[in-house]
Design a protein around this ligand. Structure first.
Ligand code: GLN
Length: 550
């Protein structure tokens, strides 16, 4: 585990949460990743999820929020999206580990007789497998791995992860490994005091597992006084420079700066003896400048089925915001429940004041008719619309129903017996599904190339012919209907390189009516907005201008 051949040791930082969940461990880890990168340290990140699901791919968005897909096709936790957006480096499936994966591996080995008759136990067999994965990204090209452990200190299910982290630290050496606890400092109104006791208790719990934090990031609603930080340092036995205050920020992309001003990167670099240069913000400086200089605004509607659950479309939201940063406007989101989009009048009133809409990805037939009606309204009113994955499928169904007159056109996902399956299971997926009794990992997943058609909106936005995007779907445009759709004016503006799969569709004569079978939101970066989202926001700005002139 220690000896990477050249003598180079990839160091490891574990980020652990105390007191409550949802403290922003993911943003803290990502921000630290960005800071270290900006100082010339080669960083990779990783998320360990203690749940027993093998991956979040089969989990309900209510439970889990968005499923983030990596280039190599892993279905992962939404924190991977934060990591990639902050770090700007694509991560692999090694960056996402769950208890389900660990146990599947250990039980598989046990069944195959690989433990040679030993009694298989949490320690050492499960912890060994966890350690192997914690170190799987180590190598000559990596200086540090930042590993975030999901859940909260004291959770029964994360105990094996804590023990494995402790052992990794012992094996690679204390000097090469550190622990950062992210903790809550609540403010009590009546006594007008910040309270450090929950943090002290979280650190006590952590010590019980044999782990002493090197640094504590204190999350609070308001900035903390120096005296509070002094107290945490004294009571928790942490160096004063290791106590970092991180109050709520207006914008998550400002958190790296906040942590830098508190000295987190310098503390970590010193503690781990990393070679680093002075901070060079680079592209992040432009981003922060853009965020503080937004002029004007547009509102983009996300017409979906999880409107009370923004995390279900997290990367879509971040992509819209990023496109706004690119155009120097505040791009706000309006959540519209597709189920409420029952007729034109209702749709017009739900979208009043918006200048663009997105039909995001999704599964199952609930709310699909509302999405289709909304797209018809958008197409007929030249209202900017971007369809993502399911959104492309709805665009095709709508066009087939309304323009080709195929009233029962549908996807076999929603209506297996439709006479006009304009969207159907992909041939290659049929084999995958048939050969697999499980639901997990039976989709077309990860990065695939596509070729864009010259003269289309998609082509002009990307500014190139050959592109790649990430995918997560089972169904596709049925090629039997492609010619009819194209003849009737729906342009298939991009396909797989062999021409078989429709990857993009658009009505080129509209201001912006574009869709893709892929998930472009996975590749948008806050400082490098994705061309499709940028195109939507540009169209929205134009639409707003025209609307206000009228
Ligand atoms: N349910 C559709 C499919 O599986 C769309 C998937 C998605 O939007 N991610 O093809």
């Amino acid at each position: 585990m220690v000896a990477e051949n050249s003598g180079h040791i990839t160091k490891q930082i574990f980020v652990i949460g105390g007191v409550v969940s949802s403290l922003g461990k993911g943003i803290t880890s990502s921000s630290l990743g960005r800071l270290l990168r900006s100082r010339g340290v080669r960083v990779l990140q990783q998320k360990l999820d203690p749940y027993m699901n093998v991956d979040p791919g089969t989990m309900n968005p209510f439970q889990h929020g968005e499923v983030y897909v990596t280039e190599d096709g892993a279905e992962t936790d939404l924190d991977l999206g934060h990591y990639e957006r902050f770090l700007g480096t694509p991560l692999s499936q090694k960056a996402s580990v769950s208890s389900g994966q660990i146990y599947q591996e250990v039980i598989g080995k046990e069944r195959a007789g690989e433990y040679l008759g030993e009694c298989v136990q949490v320690i050492p067999h499960v912890t060994d497998e966890i350690k192997r994965r914690m170190r799987s990204q180590a190598g000559d090209e990596v200086d540090v791995i930042i590993t975030e452990i999901g859940g909260t200190i004291g959770d029964i299910e994360s105990l094996a992860f804590m023990e494995a982290a402790r052992q990794v630290c012992q094996e690679i050496g204390q000097e090469n490994c550190m622990f950062i606890a992210v903790s809550l400092v609540p403010y009590l109104k009546a006594p007008k005091e910040f309270k450090t006791k929950p943090t002290q208790q979280a650190v006590m719990l952590l010590r019980r597992e044999g782990i002493s934090p090197d640094s504590i990031v204190l999350r609070s609603e308001l900035p903390l006084a120096e005296s509070i930080k002094d107290k945490v340092a004294a009571m928790c036995g942490v160096k004063r420079e290791g106590v970092i205050s991180c109050p709520d920020a207006d914008n998550i992309y400002m958190v790296p700066k906040q942590l830098h001003e508190e000295g987190l990167d310098s503390f970590v670099i010193k503690r781990l003896g990393l070679k680093a240069h002075e901070l060079e913000w680079g592209e992040w400086a432009n981003l922060m400048e853009a965020i503080s200089n937004l002029k004007g605004s547009v509102e983009i509607a996300i017409v979906g089925k999880y409107v009370d659950l923004p995390d279900a479309y997290l990367s879509v939201v971040e992509s819209v915001k990023a496109a706004g940063f690119g155009e120097r406007v505040k791009a706000a989101i309006r959540w519209v429940d597709a189920d409420e989009c029952t007729d034109d009048e209702k749709i017009a009133s739900l979208l009043k004041g918006c200048d663009g809409l997105i039909i995001p990805g999704g599964f199952g037939k609930r709310a699909v008719n509302g999405m289709i009606r909304t797209l018809k309204w958008a197409r007929e009113n030249n209202f900017p619309a971007l369809g993502i994955c399911l959104g492309l499928q709805c665009m095709v169904i709508e066009y087939a129903r309304d323009v080709l007159g195929l009233k029962d056109a549908s996807s076999t996902e929603f209506d297996p017996n439709t006479e006009n399956p304009v969207i159907a299971t992909m041939e290659e997926q049929k084999a995958v599904i048939a050969g697999n009794k499980d639901m997990g990992h039976t989709m077309r997943l990860g990065s695939y190339p596509a070729v864009l058609k010259e003269g289309t909106k998609a082509y002009s936005l990307y500014g190139q012919k050959n592109i790649t995007e990430r995918h997560r779907h089972r169904y596709e445009v049925n090629s039997a209907y492609r010619k009819r759709l194209e003849d009737a004016g729906l342009t298939i503006s991009g396909t797989s390189p062999d021409g078989e799969l429709a990857e993009f569709a658009e009505v080129s004569s509209n201001l912006f009516y574009v869709s893709t079978q892929a998930h472009p939101e996975m590749k948008s970066r806050p400082y490098a907005p994705h061309p499709l989202f940028r195109g939507l926001v540009q169209a929205a700005i134009e639409h707003k201008k025209e609307r206000e002139e009228k």
